[in-house]
Design a protein around this ligand. Structure first.
Ligand SMILES: C[S@@+](CC[C@H](N)C(=O)[O-])C[C@H]1O[C@@H](n2cnc3c(N)ncnc32)[C@H](O)[C@@H]1O
Length: 245
């Protein structure tokens, strides 16, 4: 299931719930520093592309490319594994919420390093998945699906990156897996789940079991009693990371 084709299957409704979250964008754009030319690898529909720089996007899925706005940056078909650009031809390259989909993340990151003077990656620490209640209590087999994948430390080491935590605001506008940590009812919504690839990865049986148990726990008050400590937080640290090299 780690393939560039996945989003041609699951990506049809991506833009219903996935969009730029301004507070995370501010972190990413600061990490790009003074870069004037930016390559966006695994660009999808174009979230987080800075409006004030020259951006070129690379995206393997035709379905995802078709969801880019008419005024979005130009986008070419391609994959992180072989970026069709000369060495050091961009000031910066960024890869956002995409590295976990690459068949060979280390090779892809080295390609980014080759073509750009600066590399910015927004990803998650797979060793920390159980920190989030949705994984811990409803998708306990999820960490097993990532066994054998490079760790965050290995990803960072491949490009000599420093690692910064990215707290998730409680009202995060980008509907990725962890986005609704303080809005648990959102995961009962099919359109929310369809914007999150985890559900395709765990499969329909695990999805239905998780959703039914969450529905029951919300109705009985069990979710609230287990997660009382979250309700007063404005942002949560759930393992999301920026790698900056
Ligand atoms: C969750 S989406 C993220 C899209 C966008 N970066 C964003 O932040 O909304 C993951 C994207 O990675 C793309 N992708 C999958 N495999 C890839 C690869 N080997 N190289 C580049 N992109 C890939 C998918 O097609 C999909 O558009």
């Amino acid at each position: 299931m780690f393939s560039a084709q996945l989003y041609d299957t699951i990506g049809a409704t991506y833009t219903v719930t996935r969009r730029t979250e301004p507070r995370i964008a501010a972190r990413i754009w600061a990490a790009l520093g003074d870069a004037r030319t930016v390559l966006n690898v695994g660009a999808g529909s174009g979230s987080y592309e800075p409006p004030d720089r020259h951006v070129l996007a690379v995206e393997p899925s035709a379905l995802m490319r078709s969801q880019r706005q008419p005024d979005a940056a130009p986008c070419v078909a391609g994959s992180a594994r072989n970026l069709p650009f000369d060495d050091q031809s961009f000031d910066a390259a960024m890869a956002l919420s995409t590295v976990h989909h690459w068949q060979d993340p280390i090779a892809g990151l080295r390609e980014m390093r080759r073509v750009a003077r600066r590399v910015v990656v927004f990803t998650f620490d797979a060793g920390d998945l159980g920190r989030f209640w949705l994984t811990r209590d409803y998708l306990p087999d999820l960490p097993d699906l990532l066994v054998g994948r490079p760790s965050l430390t290995e990803l960072a080491r491949a490009i000599g990156a420093r690692v910064e935590p990215v707290p998730i605001p409680w009202d995060c506008a980008d509907g990725f897996f962890e986005a609704y940590w303080r809005r648990p009812e959102a995961y009962l919504d099919e359109s929310v789940r369809r914007g999150i690839s985890v559900w395709a990865r765990v499969g329909p049986d695990a999805e239905q079991r998780a959703v039914q148990r969450l529905r029951d726990d919300l109705a009985s008050g069990r979710w609230a009693s287990r997660n009382r400590d979250l309700l007063d937080l404005d942002a949560a640290e759930l393992g999301l990371r920026l790698l900056i090299a």
